[in-house]
Write a protein that binds this ligand. Sequence first.
Ligand code: F6R
Length: 260
Amino acid sequence: MEILIRDTPEAGAKVGASVVRKIIQTKDKPVLGLATGGTPLRMYKVLIRMNQSGELSFRNCTTFNLDEYGGLPPENKRSYHYYMMSNFFDHTDIDKKNVHLPDGYAEDLRETCRKYENLINDAGGIDLQVLGIGANGHIGFNEPTGSFASRTWVKILSKQTIQDNSIYFDKLEEVPRHVVTMGIATIMESRHCLLMANGAKKADAIRKMIEGPVSASCPASILQMHPRVTIVLDEEASYLLTFKDHYKWVEKNKLDWQLY
Ligand code: F6R
């Protein structure tokens, strides 16, 4: 795991954007896996600036989002469709026909899930998967104790995640209970993962993910088995790491081409 620690979330967002830029600049038809939530918002702002200044184009990109709430139509302001359009896609030159999110509003959710897996395969797989992490260690909406072999499917959110995500809704009761999410196995097939986390609330999950045993009790810990993972943390999210000094030492001694 490549662990990059920065003083502030803003500095982390710039590193995250550089990782995305590098992938886009080295592939003819980059396929990006994207995340929602509070964490990637700063990075999307940096990417929008790069796009609007002419430094980076998303014209050749195809995207697949990790997840979507069940039962919310795309135009609902709390849906991840709405989030992605308003916080990112609408401000870039991306061709919207290459943008994909799971359809949590479909009548046949099982069919939606199968189709989503096929679409990812047809695109040639995901080059870079952007991830956040839940305070309970979830990635996508794969909650603790879910199978590491899972594919895109309908999942039920844990009470903790419903509580955590209720800040984006008017009332706790409005948070959907079910979601459609890429599975852990789907995420693990991407060629490179970029996980970002900020704040002390994430510190325990970060410690378990990086230094704990690989266990379905912390779904993100499976990333220890992925050959190419970049983790970008702010100081607060990294404060429980036993080997923090070592991670900083490693970064300081990297070769030029290994830096972002
Ligand atoms: C969102 C997603 C989730 C979030 C996680 C952290 O698409 O897949 O796993 O990344 O819940 O959310 P924030 O960034 O709001 O703390």
